[in-house]
Design a binder for this molecule. Structure first.
Ligand SMILES: [Zn+2]
Length: 323
């Protein structure tokens, strides 16, 4: 797996500051500046197979692209048309073949708001039918919760357009492109309804949507069934012919990472459910259930919100985000 390109996609001003600091000799190797410490890691393109690439953006969201003689297939378009355009620029460093297909793996704006750039490039869009339904329904809310991201990147929110799939599917679907087989699978509700897994048999690689991220405390506000979510992760962890997991967030992972994440989810859910079933108030649950064993996991800081989201689901069956 080679790193093909190292991109400075973010915070160009910080890079300029570091550059000038270097010029005046203010930076030594042993004493990095605040600017260096603050800068998010640059996005990179990793080659997974001869024709399969993983666009890894730790600070944002990932994408995957398959390059064939008959064109390119892309999974997820990042969080704004400009960010989508940066991904297209990376694809264009590798191939000038047309971008034929985009798969939107789930409804979140950090995976679909770059769609306009790919539509302009001539791509057609595929998503699970629940993803289409939810995208239509929650566009204003998705826009609202990403305004600070747009501001911090100097992105114009007005450039974001709701671009819905041209093709939808229910359980599974296969795309053939340039002799390669791409299998889309809907295994039931995960982090949200519509969560789509994509298997590349020739590369023994599986793309996972929001349902999985290595050692990460996930947002629990969208799931309609944590049991279904845990079950599908256990299925995925044991899937034959999968050597590498390409997640929507975080670096390339393995089945063992998926199993570890599923175990955490089961632990968090059963612990919170036991408290709710015993009549423990939300406030007390948030105060006493601190899950210190996960304090090193990404997004541990939002554990109280996640307990509240699980309480909402258990006590009311509601998912207020979709109302
Ligand atoms: Zn995301």
């Amino acid at each position: 797996m080679a790193t093909l390109a190292s991109l400075a996609l973010r915070a160009p001003m910080r890079i300029l500051i570091v550059f000038f600091a270097l010029l005046i000799g203010a930076v030594s190797a042993s004493a990095p500046t605040a600017a260096q410490q603050d800068a998010p890691p640059a996005a990179t393109v990793k080659r997974i197979a001869s024709d399969l690439y993983f666009f890894f953006d730790y600070a944002g969201s990932n994408s995957v692209f398959l390059v064939t003689n008959d064109g390119v297939l892309v999974i997820d378009t990042r969080q704004h048309p400009q960010a989508g355009q940066e991904l297209i620029t990376e694809i264009r460093k590798i191939t000038d073949k047309p971008i034929r297909w985009v798969i939107n793996s789930h409804f979140h704006g950090d995976h679909t708001f770059g769609n306009a750039a790919f539509q302009a490039a001539g791509a057609k869009f595929i998503a699970q039918q629940e993803t289409q339904r939810i995208m239509q329904k929650v566009q204003p809310k998705e826009m609202a919760r990403r305004q600070s991201y747009f501001k911090s990147h100097n992105y114009d929110p007005n450039e974001v357009k709701l671009i819905l799939p041209d093709v939808t599917f229910d359980k599974d679907m296969t795309v053939w492109l340039g002799g390669r087989e791409v299998r889309l699978m809907y295994l039931g509700p995960g982090q949200q309804d519509g969560d789509t897994f994509v298997y590349f048999p020739h590369a023994h690689a599986l793309f996972t949507p929001g349902s999985f991220a290595t050692r990460n405390i996930p947002n629990m506000a969208f799931t309609t069934s944590v049991d279904s979510w845990i079950n599908l992760l256990e299925r995925v962890a044991g899937m034959k012919g999968v050597d590498r997991i390409l997640p929507a967030h975080g670096d390339v992972a393995t089945g063992a990472d998926v199993r570890e994440f599923a175990a955490m989810l089961r632990d968090e859910y059963t612990t919170v459910k036991a408290a709710a079933d015993k009549g423990v108030s939300l406030e007390e649950a948030q105060r006493t259930l601190t899950f210190p064993q996960y304090k090193d996991w990404r997004n541990y800081g939002r554990i109280k919100e996640e307990i509240a989201s699980i309480y909402e689901l258990i006590k009311t069956g509601r998912r207020s985000y979709f109302e």
